[in-house]
Ligand binder design. Sequence first.
Ligand code: NAP
Length: 231
Amino acid sequence: MSSLPDQFHALVIGASGTIGTAFVDLLERSPRCASVRGLHRHSSPAIDFADESSIAAAAQALAAGPRYHLIVNATGVLHDGASMPEKRLADLNYSHMQAIFQANTFGPALVIRHFVRLLASERAIMALLSAKVGSIGDNRLGGWYSYRASKAALNMVVKTAAIEVARTQKNSVLVALHPGTVNSRLSQPFKGEIIGRPAHDAVTDMLQVIDALTPADSGSFRSYNGAELPW
Ligand SMILES: NC(=O)c1ccc[n+]([C@@H]2O[C@H](COP(=O)([O-])OP(=O)(O)OC[C@H]3O[C@@H](n4cnc5c(N)ncnc54)[C@H](OP(=O)(O)O)[C@@H]3O)[C@@H](O)[C@H]2O)c1
């Protein structure tokens, strides 16, 4: 992370997940990184998107600490114990859609709202994990209605917030990042172990992409290899 100041501070939200854990691990190993804070549903403070007030409370609790040069939001849900992604229109229902949108869109949007003020003024990046299947232009297979739509909506939130944040925090970069297919809890029911990469490989790539981003790139939707993805 040579573009960040020496002794930079990092925060990972969703640090209990497969990709979030790898971000914490690799950042801790970076000699230029002074501190890595990991938050999740059972950390102190905790962030649980089912409890809206926990997001503001966690940001408030961290406000007394250092400003962050890197904030990564690595939360996300594709399936839970109760439901799997929809294959067809007949599978759509409010309960699944609400749960997926709360986890993938509403929660990350409020993370931007409350944590953007904790970004360092000199150079700072806030990366929100999205997914290529949230690309409308790239949708060729259909299915996975809620997940696709929740990530497309997240991308719009990131783009819109980037425009607003640029007015007051000129050195900040907001980016929606696709990690590629990673072997994780989220991908496990969909052959993740066979077709997914180890999280450490994906995070190594994403840190390189993050490192190269400039304020002119704020509001973009990037893949783990740096390529801009269609909206
Ligand atoms: N894995 C892939 O192939 C892949 C591909 C494209 C995009 N992505 C994206 O990458 C990100 C990370 O995915 P992953 O593979 O690391 O999944 P994961 O291992 O299942 O981790 C998901 C993380 O999200 C947290 N989370 C879920 N619901 C939450 C809620 N309501 N409130 C707060 N935290 C919540 C989980 O917390 P708990 O530990 O408490 O459950 C966990 O920290 C997601 O945004 C996902 O959409 C992954």
